[in-house]
Design a protein around this ligand. Structure first.
Ligand SMILES: C=C(OP(=O)(O)O)C(=O)O
Ligand SMILES: [Mg+2]
Length: 415
């Protein structure tokens, strides 16, 4: 009775890029859940459609009534049934009628409302009482590619992980210390640097990919030595954005270099070895599972090779990746797949096959904090959610609050 859905409200709100997105409220007899959906800029081609053709306005005018008339009276605890109903209402394979962002915001708001109906935080409702591990934050310190303007490095995300931090607060503040140090190092390389930042709060300098890698490494070492924590560099190449299928090459405009698939494997391998990369995401085009497999075979014992655009949180694509050994990590973004239950199925398959799940934000975010709860509930050892910026710290600060609530908190373990 407590968790029966009494009302569904959908509204148009702003995201961090100034674009419209949907926020959903689910009201139960004894609870309330609110979730806003994010949006990507470097999206995988197999992601579900974010919105119907008419955009967010169509969701507000047409879709809200359709959804609320079906969901009112259902029990928010029956999430898989509710996700099936949403899929039926939509009637397509990719949520192009109601929008994957609408579906995922409803799905996650339903879970939050169910948790709230029993006065539980979401991570505990989904993950159970014994959860006590906090994920390490992958902090974004320098932005390039589709998350930055022209003359920025081509590599999309330069990230850092404080792998020996003892608690989440130490981890988060280690990441921002690297972010701050990097600004000073950039100023030495780029005399015209204005302090500009990209979509995810990393700096956007006019420097080469090589220089960016060098100062990323230097900032990790310097801050690591100063505060006594091992901080490792990581990358998201978002290489589908670099791949030019007409010439079959990865085009690095900032460096004026193109690389074919074989050269790309050698390039990425060399970066991993030279800089001791902890984690490398999307080093190849989303369709190049063979490239992923070759790199994983060569360096997968010392570096996480992570698929984002290649897997799009889809369990069938992950199953293909597992069969081909195309990576040892998967990015988990609920809005790529459109429901919380489908997201969970993908996480489960990953864990059963020793593939590390990394719960992630999108480049266009809101102040929604739900993914912090999902990372804890799923026991994901890593969360990628930036280092600074209001929409990024919403998740990081929530992790600080969650850690405070746990009985015997510890940082996550890597297998
Ligand atoms: C967060 C990312 O970017 P976007 O949201 O633009 O896909 C990413 O590629 O991992
Ligand atoms: Mg990515």
């Amino acid at each position: 009775m407590d968790s029966i859905i009494e009302d569904v409200r959908v509204r148009k709100i702003l995201d961090s890029r100034g674009n419209p997105t949907v926020e959903v409220d689910i009201i139960t007899w004894n609870g309330f859940g609110r979730v806003a959906a994010p949006s990507g800029a470097s999206t995988g081609s197999n992601e579900v459609a974010a919105f119907p053709q008419g955009g967010v306005d169509e969701v507000i005018t047409d879709v809200e009534d359709l959804i609320s008339s079906e969901l009112i009276g259902m029990d928010s605890e029956d999430l898989t049934d509710i996700d099936s109903v949403l899929k039926e209402i939509d009637g397509t394979d990719d949520y192009s009628n109601i929008g994957g962002n609408t579906a995922v915001a409803v799905s996650m708001a339903v879970a939050k409302a169910a948790a709230s109906s029993y006065s539980l935080p979401l991570y505990r409702y989904l993950g159970g009482n014994f959860k006590n591990e906090i994920p390490y934050p992958l902090g974004n310190i320098l932005n390039g590619g589709a998350h930055a303007g022209i003359h920025a490095p081509d590599i999309q995300e330069f990230l850092v992980v404080p792998v020996s931090a003892k608690n989440i607060s130490e981890a988060i503040f280690a990441n921002v210390a690297v972010h701050k140090r990097l600004k000073e190092l950039i100023q030495e390389k780029d005399k015209n640097f204005t302090g500009g930042k990209g979509d995810e709060g990393g700096w956007v300098p006019n420097i080469s990919n090589y220089d960016a890698l060098e100062i990323q490494h230097q900032a990790c070492e310097e801050i690591g030595d100063e505060i006594g924590i091992t901080i490792k560099p990581s990358l998201d190449l978002a290489a589908s954005e670099l791949w030019d299928s007409s010439v079959e090459k990865y085009v690095y405009g900032q460096d004026n270099i193109s690389r074919d698939s074989g050269e790309q494997i050698e390039y990425v391998k060399e970066i991993i070895e030279t800089y001791g990369m902890f984690y490398v995401e999307d080093p190849f085009d989303e369709a190049d599972f063979d490239g992923f497999a070759q790199l994983t075979k060569a360096v997968g014992d010392k570096c996480l090779i992570v698929g984002d655009d290649s897997f799009v949180t889809n369990k069938n694509l992950l199953a293909k990746g597992i069969e081909l050994k195309a990576g040892n990590g998967i990015i988990i973004k609920p809005n790529q797949i459109g429901s919380l239950s489908a997201t969970y199925e993908t996480v489960k398959l990953a864990k059963e096959n020793n593939i590390t799940p990394i719960v992630s934000h999108r480049s266009g975010e809101t102040t929604d904090e739900t993914i912090a709860h999902l990372a804890v509930a799923f026991s994901a050892p890593l969360i990628k959610t930036g280092a600074v910026g209001g929409e990024r710290i919403a998740k990081l600060n929530e992790l600080i609050r969650i850690e405070e609530e746990l009985a015997n908190p510890s940082m996550a373990k890597f297998d």
